[in-house]
Design a protein. Structure first.
Length: 332
């Protein structure tokens, strides 16, 4: 009998659900809308409960429908879920900033009641899930100690240490994206100041671009054509590829900051390698080179004796979230 896992990625707009085999092949996938967060919905417990129950019923229906399409003997070993503010230890989602659920919701327990024949259901945040995906299906298959960073709208990280993801005493460990790199620096999406995410996420790169445009009064930069709302990390990349000085400096600074933050992570965990995933990483050496230089510059001498590879994730970018979530099932 073929063993299969179900991976669920709960995003701000859509929730993707896929059936995955042990080799990391997605056999079938589908998606449903994630209920949108409305203003003040946090205050309304009843609204939250109704949306949550409807959402979980929809997930359950989709899984049942997907299962009817599998035309060979199989066994579903479990379900893995990647979601914002997910607590692995308790199977809960807690105070999610972009989901309409109030307080702490027992997501795994409610889904399990809908799907009683599924033997195990685990949940964690998407960066921890991505780290597991890298371990089970990607470039970290032969590693027991590594750290994964996901760069996009925010910066997430998952720490894989001696055979398991580090969840910490409360289930939330591995938030290196919110390490402070500049005292009283830029406001971060989490409400804190000076965090790595505020500098090296895609929106952080845009903020750097505007700071540099102002600093140099750089009207001749290709980036000066964009309004703050319009500019994306892709515009910065395109301008850098055309030799735009401001855009090139954005990558230099982003890499420098990120490398400095990676040095702290290496000091804490001394990983075999660091994996990077996400849009900004697609810029290749434009960002990887300054990251490596920043890392080298800030490392303690004892860690310079060996090469600490900074590697690009081997997970398929389009499917990494489902794969990562599904990997939760195989790692238990
Ligand atoms: Zn933060």
């Amino acid at each position: 009998m073929v063993k299969l896992s179900i991976g669920i990625d709960i995003g701000g707009t859509n929730t993707a659900i896929g059936v995955v085999n042990q080799d990391g092949k997605i056999l079938i996938e589908d998606s449903i809308p994630t209920p949108p967060k409305k203003l003040n919905s946090n205050a309304a417990q009843q609204v939250s409960d109704n949306l949550l129950n409807d959402f979980i019923t929809e997930i359950s229906k989709t899984i049942k429908s997907i299962r009817t399409k599998i035309n060979f003997d199989y066994e579903i070993v479990g379900i893995g879920i990647g979601a914002p503010n997910a607590n692995y230890n308790e199977g809960t989602i807690e105070y999610p900033p972009n989901l309409p659920f109030a307080g702490k919701v027992a997501f795994c327990e409610i889904l399990s009641a809908e799907l009683p024949d599924i033997p195990l259901i685990h949940i964690t945040n998407d960066a921890n899930a991505a780290a597991l995906g890298e371990k089970i299906y990607g470039g970290a298959r032969n590693m027991d100690n590594f750290v994964m960073f996901t760069l996009g709208t925010g910066i997430g990280s998952g720490i894989y240490y001696h055979g398991n993801v580090v969840y910490g005493v409360d289930g939330f460990a591995g938030e290196c994206g919110h390490n402070t790199i500049i005292v009283d620096g830029r406001l971060c999406g989490c409400g804190g100041r000076g965090h790595l995410e505020a500098y090296c996420s895609a929106p952080g790169m845009k903020r750097t671009a505007f700071e540099l445009l102002l600093r140099d009064h750089a009207e001749d930069s290709l980036l000066s054509a964009y309004s703050y709302k319009e500019m994306t990390a892709k515009h910065i990349y395109d301008a850098a590829m055309q030799g735009d000085k401001i855009a090139l400096e954005v990558f230099e600074m982003t890499g420098k900051y990120f490398g400095m933050a990676l040095a702290t992570t290496v000091h804490h965990f001394s990983p075999e390698a660091i994996f990077l995933f996400g849009g900004p990483v697609a810029a290749g050496d434009l960002i990887i080179k300054p990251i490596k230089e920043g890392l080298e510059k800030h490392l303690l001498t004892i860690f310079r004796k060996r090469d600490i590879p900074v590697l690009i994730s081997e997970l398929d970018p389009g499917h990494a979230a489902i794969l990562g979530a599904s990997a939760l099932v195989w790692n238990t």
